[in-house]
Ligand binder design. Structure first.
Ligand code: NAP
Length: 282
């Protein structure tokens, strides 16, 4: 089988052009900029790259970014006081605290300080709860991006058997809820799942988010399945790869996402999207 490559990069470019138009319209109508505050604590190199990419993406569509780089030893009180200012600021429509935070800061406690309306990552309990109840909400960027990719390629989850591999609060769980809300029959697998290979091989849509390089092999994929690889790993040669053994699996899939160039570019795009939504609801 010759699979269709799901091109996340192309879709991201298309969506960003549309977002730029919406950002311009917001500015014209309200006489104000859409603003996203990005808070980074410490000097984790990967986090610095992510933050830089997010700020660059904001510039691309005309969202004003406010960047706060705090030292590693920042106290909970100092961070809370900055967040309090950002929550009150009228020019800030979305607040993003780059994770992971340094060990001495309680992530859950800090994230609770961001109100749902400005939680453009869609991480807070209220936004996740609304998603579980299929109500209007802000959806976690990565799984939201996956849904946009399925939509773009005319893949309707309705009635399909979907298997989500991974159950993290930011990817696996919201992914499963989105697929369920789209009328798929969803199974969530994790590290304690028995008969994992067999369950995966039953999937019409298989979404993999576990962080294990090339974990999903051809025997775990049904002929004609749609395979979405969220993983961002390194192979034995240090080369970027996904959780799916792409070369082995691609001949069985009808649609497949590459790594890089699949889910990755959509994640930041959905952050921009969520920021525009948060601003328009404000
Ligand atoms: P995470 O919080 O570490 O969660 C991993 C999940 O995978 C857990 O639920 C874990 O099960 C499950 N798991 C681990 N090993 C397994 C195994 N051998 N068999 C079955 N399940 C297994 O990871 P995450 O934040 O969801 O991220 C997952 C991957 O996606 C990572 O590679 C990450 O870099 C990538 N990611 C990419 C993007 C993007 O934009 N492309 C965004 C976010 C994340 P338990 O719950 O039982 O421990």
């Amino acid at each position: 089988m010759n699979p269709v490559l799901i091109d996340g990069k192309a879709l991201a470019t298309k969506m960003r052009a549309r977002l730029k138009t919406q950002v311009d319209a917001f500015r014209a109508e309200r006489g104000a900029e859409i603003g996203l505050a990005v808070v980074l604590v410490g000097d984790d190199p990967a986090s610095q790259v992510y933050v830089r990419n997010k700020i660059k993406a904001c510039e691309e569509v005309g969202i004003r970014s406010y960047s706060y780089k705090l030292p590693e030893e920042t106290s909970e009180e100092e961070l809370a006081s900055l967040l309090d200012e950002l929550v009150k600021a009228k020019n800030v429509h979305g607040i993003l605290v780059q994770l992971p935070l340094p060990k001495h800061l309680d992530e859950r406690k800090i994230l609770r300080l961001i109100p749902p309306a400005k939680d453009v990552d869609g991480f807070c309990a209220e936004n996740l709860g609304n998603l579980a109840m299929n109500r209007e909400t802000i959806v976690s960027c990565t799984p939201f991006g996956v849904m946009k990719m399925l939509e773009e390629y005319g893949i309707d989850p309705k009635g399909k058997r979907a298997v989500v591999l991974g159950r993290s609060n930011i990817v696996g769980k919201p992914m499963a809820m989105l697929l369920l809300n789209a009328d798929a029959t969803v199974t969530v697998c994790h590290s304690k799942t028995r008969n994992l290979n067999k369950i995966c091989a039953e999937a019409d849509i298989l979404v993999v988010a576990i962080g294990k390089a090339k974990f999903v092999t051809a025997d775990m994929v049904k002929e004609g399945a749609v395979v979405i690889d969220v993983g961002m790993d390194r192979d034995e040669n240090g080369k970027l790869c996904g959780d799916v053994d792409f070369e082995a699996v691609k001949n069985k899939a009808s649609f497949i996402t590459p790594v890089p160039g699949g889910v990755g570019p959509m994640t930041i795009t959905m952050l921009l999207y969520n920021t525009v939504v948060a601003a328009s609801r404000s």
